[in-house]
Ligand binder design. Structure first.
Ligand code: RIB
Length: 305
């Protein structure tokens, strides 16, 4: 199969993961059951997932000039991700994510650190990597002006952009207009469109409010996607044994980008993405369960339609 070239511009974090039977309330202490230090960051996770799925991946981002940064760059290299555009900077420490995993579900606090040093100028330095890509893959753990610059440069060369609008913020219409496919979950969709997620409309109405191509992820329920003609299609999730959902969205985005880079239509791309993300939750850690191309194909081959 074609090895698409994917340039990921985004965050690189060290995940500090605590496992607990129950998340404490304010003022309470509980005993956890495990602690791990694992590579993460939505950008790096998506880069690794793309590489495992057979893409040629270039990562653009920043780490601190510290132990976490050096380890994360090495881990990216071990996953065959090109790190020529990953810069160690001295004025901030490597981004971290404090993650609590309770019965397979997670809550996350990200401290961006060096990820906030990804400026529009740094993105301009990676113009060649954007120009050469079949797909540019973005998230929102780096400053929005850098994301907007990546969208602008990709547009200049006609390179499609997949934007994972996480963590959620309201997005300017001009930025969204330059995106080929946007991939929020239900909550991020409301925020992205500047609606209150607490008083949110039915997500079908929200999907209709967005005029572009969209894949809305819905956890174990799979994904809903809307195409240019406005029709909404549900791709159901696949039943698996859930160990840890961290990184499932990242795997889903990466797989979608890889399939778009291979020229697949939305139906095939979303099905593949939902299958890849189902496999990702069967192992611990954001990158621990990210499947290879062969594993996704074998899994889909076993599904009876
Ligand atoms: O999407 C999961 C990721 O979000 C984690 O790896 C963490 O670093 C945060 O960025």
């Amino acid at each position: 199969m074609k090895q698409p070239r994917i340039t990921v511009i985004g965050s690189i974090n060290m995940d500090l993961v605590t496992e607990t039977p129950r998340v404490p309330t304010i003022g309470e202490t509980v005993l956890g059951t495990g602690f791990s230090t694992l590579p993460g960051g939505k950008g790096a996770n998506q880069a690794v997932a793309c590489a495992r799925l057979g893409a040629q991946v270039t990562m653009v981002g920043c780490v601190g000039d510290d132990g976490f940064g050096a380890e994360l760059v090495q881990r990216l290299q071990e996953e065959n991700v090109n790190v020529d555009y990953v810069e160690p900077i001295t004025h901030a420490s490597t981004g971290i994510a404090s993650i609590v995993v309770e019965n397979g579900d997670n809550s996350i606090i990200v401290v961006p650190g060096a990820n906030h040093a990804v400026t529009p100028e740094k993105v301009q330095q990676a113009e060649e990597a954007i120009k050469q890509a079949d797909v540019v893959l973005l998230q929102l753990e780096i400053p929005l002006p850098a994301v907007a610059e990546a969208v602008r440069i990709a547009g200049k060369y006609g390179v499609p952009v997949v934007l994972n609008p996480a963590p959620a913020i309201a997005l300017p219409a001009e930025l969204l207009a330059g995106v080929a496919v946007v991939t929020p979950n239900e909550y991020e969709l409301a925020i992205m469109l500047n609606r209150n997620p607490e008083q949110t409309e039915d997500f079908h109405e929200l999907l209709q409010m967005y005029s572009g191509v969209i894949m809305m992820t819905k956890g174990g329920d799979g994904a809903y996607y809307k195409q240019q003609d406005g029709s909404v299609v549900h791709q159901p999730g696949f039943q698996v044994n859930v160990v840890d959902t961290t990184g499932a969205g990242d795997t889903c985005n990466a797989a979608l980008a890889v399939m778009i880079g291979r020229g697949a239509d939305m139906a095939a791309a979303v099905r593949y993405a939902v299958a890849a993300s189902a496999l990702s939750v069967t192992k611990f850690g954001a990158q621990g369960g990210m499947p290879t191309e062969q594993e996704v194909e074998q899994f889909l081959g076993q599904i009876k339609e």
